[in-house]
Ligand binder design. Sequence first.
Ligand code: ARG
Length: 432
Amino acid sequence: MSNLIWAKGATTAIDDRIMRFCAGEDVILDRHLFLYDIRASKAHALGLLNINILSQEEYDSILEGLEELTRSYEEGNFILDERYEDGHSAIEAFLIEKLGDAGKRIHTGRSRNDQVLVATRLFLKDTCQSAGEIARRIATVALDCAESTMMQPMPGYTHLQRAVPSSVGMWFAAIAESFIDDANLCQFTSSYIDSNPLGTAAGYGVNLPLDRKATTEALGFDRMQISPIYAQNSRGKFELQVIDTLSQLLLGVRRIAWDLSLYATGEFAFVDLPDAYTTGSSIMPNKRNPDVVELLRAAYSVVAGARAEIQSVLSLPSGYHRDLQNTKPPLIRAVNHALAALDLVPDLLANLTFDDDALRAAISDDMYATDVAVELAASGVPFREAYRQAAADTEMRSGRDPAESLQKRVSAGGAANPLLLELRDRLKKGSR
Ligand code: ARG
């Protein structure tokens, strides 16, 4: 690590061991934020041009420099590594080396404190966008599957005990509605965090009329984060909001994965997982293991762990503290893992094969007892009476067909009235 941007001359004592401890994996993690940091640097330069801190020529050359940096970073020629303290210093070092004095002006009115905030904010917004898109893809696949399987009988369980006949389509519809809600949550979270911290500097503003309106527009933020102190205090807080949002999606994934790992056992044998989603055993030639589904189930725990880590860092007074750097590893780990897991779900759902015979065989006569009780009640028998009759009279529930039971499930959301079009409509409205 050389050329520390904050070194004040020969007097600064720098101990490599201490520097390495402070930097940690920060500069490597900044690879995930680097392009956002460059984008924000362009916006900052524009703001400086607008208030005449940069001349037109200086601005043009900085912009060109930042574009060159973007290109060579994307092509793998510029490597962000331990030579730099962090991504922020790397950008400045690049500009100074290329442009000299113009490069030395880029940090006017900016602190790494608002620089890391704005890069992270852009990363978080993209995360919400990606998560929302995948949630919509999952909901779409689930709705398609629900349509074709709504009348395919499947046992419905409560307490994991056989309860009443249900359908494969009802299982898929539950997934669809959950991910429609989650897609909307992604949109909500995206608006919640859609404010621009750039220009708040170290957390107290600066003695320059920074054009924060212009940087807010240039970066596509919905609004300016006005209070510089709040901007600092929102570090970690906004990360948590995004992590919580991802957790909601992964709770849904965990539920799907749990169901599938159960339904794919020899004992249930309701469903065949797609080949690509299973693996073999290293010792047992007979095995096909649901490893992928199990790791999808475990994805929630990665995000929950990240949440705990960030939350415990946040026990801080107002303003910037270097502790906040430690919110970065769990954030990036959680986001990458969550998006990778979610991305596997649409194909998994689309390629499940349900076994009609096994599903029907698991629906035993006792499961019609509720149908019988409700039928009697509908014909005028007081329900408590009907309930007792249905319990005692095993004759009335024998020889029934699950498909017929499903045909009569006409209350909203039931197999005969699943309102899939309404769900499709919600999905469409949400994406506007
Ligand atoms: N790596 C630092 C972080 O993530 C960047 C900000 C450094 N600011 C400072 N005052 N040392 O927080």
